[in-house]
Design a protein around this ligand. Sequence first.
Ligand SMILES: [Zn+2]
Length: 250
Amino acid sequence: MKFIFVFILAVSALVVLHAESNDPFHQPKLKILIITGGHDYDRKPFYEVFNAIPSITFDTLVHPHVNELIASPDIDAYDVLIFYDMGVSILPQHQQAYIDLLNKGKSMIFLHHSLVSYQSWPEFIRIVGGQYHTEPVVVNGDTLNANYEHDVTIPIKVEDKRHPVTKGIRDFEIFDEIYSDVEILPGVKPLLSTTHPKSMRYVAWINHYGNSDVIYIQLGHGQTGLSNPNFRKLLRQAIEWSAVKHKRAN
Ligand SMILES: [Zn+2]
């Protein structure tokens, strides 16, 4: 009798295990950390983007507590760090924490105005692959005087339609904010571009840094951009690809 009971218990456990391994709804969810602060944003449409992604759970972290946590072992709990912040100053030990994480292969995705962060930290542009400089800079003989414009219809071309981050996305239009005269490093792998004459040419890219493939997406200022289905698909695929690619680091 006892044997039969143990046997039934074992079979039930196997059935549960089997169900969990085959059912996508029982896959462990990716743990995301969403970092904000330093710049206003429209909270409702922003968090709706993440609430609509079934494969993730997320925590939020706001400046000025961001870089202390990034430099602590607690950061290891997260599969992907998403930056929608605009950091101003950063201590040398916190700079090193970013570099150490990226050397280990941590997954980082930078969105929209995070391109303006850390103007006086020269390594930041090498991490993200580009920077919106708040003061004019001369790059290869050209003076870049970065600027922005809201409420623009932007034609978007998908540069690599087979890449897992852009897969299934056709060229599209989005009503969003543009940035102009942004410095983009020549080594980035473009994902999206635009021919809009006032916009920076590439509006999403991958930048290899350390052992990480950092993703930057310029789109996503407010309601219209954040609710665009192509933007949402791009961000979901960016999170899922980045998490899998960097799994060994987490
Ligand atoms: Zn904006």
